[in-house]
Design a protein around this ligand. Structure first.
Ligand code: KET
Length: 394
């Protein structure tokens, strides 16, 4: 058994009910409700095991060089001028969380403006990571509960009122927990506003490929910022898109204006990492590098990734249809409009408590459900619980 790290999972594990359902944690499950190791990951691991020349020496402080290069290409695009001009420095970190932590500690030490704006709401770990790193955390409006969509005007007003130079955390795609992303046109307006005010974008990319099924489409927001030649940071995670959750593999990239600045940033990143954990683990990064550098393995990965994204989209449709069929009061179209692993249902804390108590369904108290934890078999159970909650609980 894997030790639960997420509180909802702790409660779920204690529940003896045979019908219990964990929709709390953002981890992919198969139609049978089982964790999935991608076939391409198994193949890459086999290749690594068979290679007798491989050793278990320490990696350098910034990790596996090949992995870093390939990770930058994956997010910024193979033909990115920033990469070609050596303006990007990439360091291997402990998954998305570790990349955010290293990036924010670097900014707290060396960047002139120590305030970071995070969307409201956001992933629960963001405020903790940034404040422990020494940044002061403020929020910008993001989600409009009335429309269950983007509060675009609120977002522009709040970023427009931020002090120039402030850092802004942006979810690269599949915003967690809302599943609401700006359109490309809206991203372009956000970019113009941020650049005109000298705001520093810090992208959290935990779901590349998971939102649309396409790695390139899900990197578009990041790429329009990088294309203008300005600075930005990006934290990448391979937890979801390669299913490497427990391997803790991710990368932090800092896009700079010149190659000289990039190399100085790298020196400073080493000084952050060395006393924190010395150097990162070798296995997960080797799996990723093996897949990214081989055309066949890469193609196989994109197919498996798309299949995961498609299954999630299919669960959205099935849940929506099941609520329609029951005549559950309210507009549930956001279930099919939202993007990525999660649906921000609009259910309140009381609804959630009711569904946990009466139906043994576990989710975060903000009403977020992980679509990846659902299957055709469990959709009716969830739809029944939602129906009972909204018709029976105030
Ligand atoms: N950013 C976001 C937006 C995110 O949802 C997660 C994980 C991470 C970063 C970090 O993931 P890592 O495993 O460090 O690469 N989210 C899921 C898991 C968790 O909370 O730990 C979740 O929201 O359920």
């Amino acid at each position: 058994m894997i030790a639960p790290t997420v509180p909802v999972t702790v409660a779920y594990n204690k529940d003896p009910s045979p019908i219990k359902l964990n929709l709390g944690v953002g981890a992919y499950r198969t139609e049978e409700g089982k964790p999935l190791v991608l076939n391409v990951v198994r193949r890459a691991e086999q290749m690594l095991v068979n290679d007798q020349s491989r050793v278990k020496e320490y990696l350098p402080i910034i990790g596996l060089a090949e992995f870093n290069k390939l990770s930058a290409k994956l997010i910024f695009g193979a033909d990115s001028p920033a990469i070609q001009e050596n303006r990007v420095t990439t360091v291997q970190c402990l998954s998305g969380t570790g990349s955010l932590r290293v990036g924010s500690e670097f900014l707290a030490r060396h960047y002139h403006e120590r305030t970071i704006y995070i969307p409201l709401p956001t992933w629960g770990n963001h405020p903790k990571i940034f404040s422990i790193a020494g940044l002061s955390v403020k929020t910008y409006r993001y989600y409009d509960p009335a429309s269950r969509g983007l509060d675009f005007r609120g977002l522009l007003e709040d970023l427009g009122a931020a002090p120039s130079g402030a850092i802004v955390l942006l979810h690269a795609c599949a915003h967690n927990p809302t599943g609401v992303d700006p359109t490309l046109e809206q991203w372009e307006q956000i970019r113009q506003l941020m650049r005109s005010k000298g705001l520093l974008p810090f992208f959290d990319s935990a779901y590349q490929g998971f939102a649309s099924g396409s790695l390139d489409v899900d990197a578009q927001a990041v790429r329009i910022f990088v294309a203008d030649g300005g600075e930005c940071l990006a934290a990448q995670s391979y937890a979801k898109n390669m299913g490497l959750y427990g391997e803790r593999v991710g990368a932090l990239s800092v896009v700079c204006k010149t190659a000289d600045v990039a190399s100085r940033v790298e020196s400073q990143l080493k000084l952050v990492i060395r006393p924190m954990y010395s150097n990162p683990p070798i296995h997960g990064a080797s799996i990723v590098a093996t897949i990214l550098k081989d055309r066949d393995l890469y193609n196989e990965w994109t197919v498996e990734l798309k299949a995961m994204a498609d299954r999630i989209k299919n669960m959205r449709q099935q849940l929506f249809d099941a609520l329609q069929a029951r005549g559950t009061p309210g507009d549930w179209s956001h279930i099919i409009k939202q993007i990525g692993m999660f649906t921000f249902t609009g259910l309140n804390t009381e609804h959630v408590a009711f569904m946990t108590k009466e139906y043994h369904i576990y989710m975060t108290s903000d009403g977020r459900i992980s679509m990846a934890g659902l299957s055709s078999q469990t959709v009716p159970h969830l739809a029944g619980a939602i129906h009972a909650a909204v018709t029976g609980v105030a």
